[in-house]
Ligand binder design. Structure first.
Ligand SMILES: [Zn+2]
Ligand SMILES: [Zn+2]
Length: 191
């Protein structure tokens, strides 16, 4: 991998390398270090084989990391509610963006029942996903395509039944008496 390719990958994930010019200066080293702090165990600022492998994983494992503009239409949820709950230990919060369809479905649920909804788990990084009991290794949460949530005063079965009527939902099940997992596996547009 050339220095220019390394800069390109760092920049793609939002780390400022001071340009993609193939000149490996202090900003490229700082960007590497910032990436390592976010995604690796140690941060030395050196872009070696381990860093190269990790950045490939991060990029191929998630959706393109870019802010989606559909949030302007969303009234009852904000992007922050979908943030990974690892507390910065495994990611910077959004290893993938919440899929537009998922968020629009959540909005539909909120409108249908007319009472507040609470997201308990939105996007997850590998670390967070692995430590949650019962989560699948290839969980849709890793790709921003699933959320766990409840609606105030509505039992999980009622919520689940409604969730199943929404577009692109191919995973809908009760986690307990009140929380439901909603996933949009086949949805490819928007995020
Ligand atoms: Zn995380
Ligand atoms: Zn879930």
């Amino acid at each position: 991998m050339t220095d220019k390719q390394k800069q390109l990958l760092l920049a793609f994930l939002g780390y400022d390398t001071g340009g993609i010019d193939g000149i490996w200066g202090p900003m490229s080293r700082r960007a590497t270090e910032a990436f390592q702090k976010d995604y690796m165990e140690t941060a030395d600022g050196l872009f070696g084989p381990a860093t190269e492998q990790r950045i490939r994983e991060v990029i191929s494992g998630g959706e393109p990391v870019k802010k989606q503009d559909f949030w302007g239409d969303i009234r009852f949820f904000c992007r922050e509610e979908f943030r990974c709950t690892c507390g910065g230990r495994g990611c910077t919060g959004f290893p993938a963006e919440p899929a537009e369809r998922l968020v629009r479905n959540a909005e539909a649920v909120r409108r249908h029942f007319g009472v507040p909804a609470l997201v308990s788990s939105g996007v997850r990084c590998q670390l967070r996903n692995a430590e949650l009991p019962g989560s699948a290794a290839n969980s849709l949460h890793l790709r921003g395509k699933a959320m766990d949530f409840r609606v105030e005063g509505i039992d999980a079965d009622t919520l689940c039944t409604y969730v199943k009527t929404l577009p692109d939902v191919d995973e809908a099940y009760a986690i307990d008496g009140s929380f439901v997992h909603m996933g949009v596996l086949k949805y490819e547009g928007g995020a």
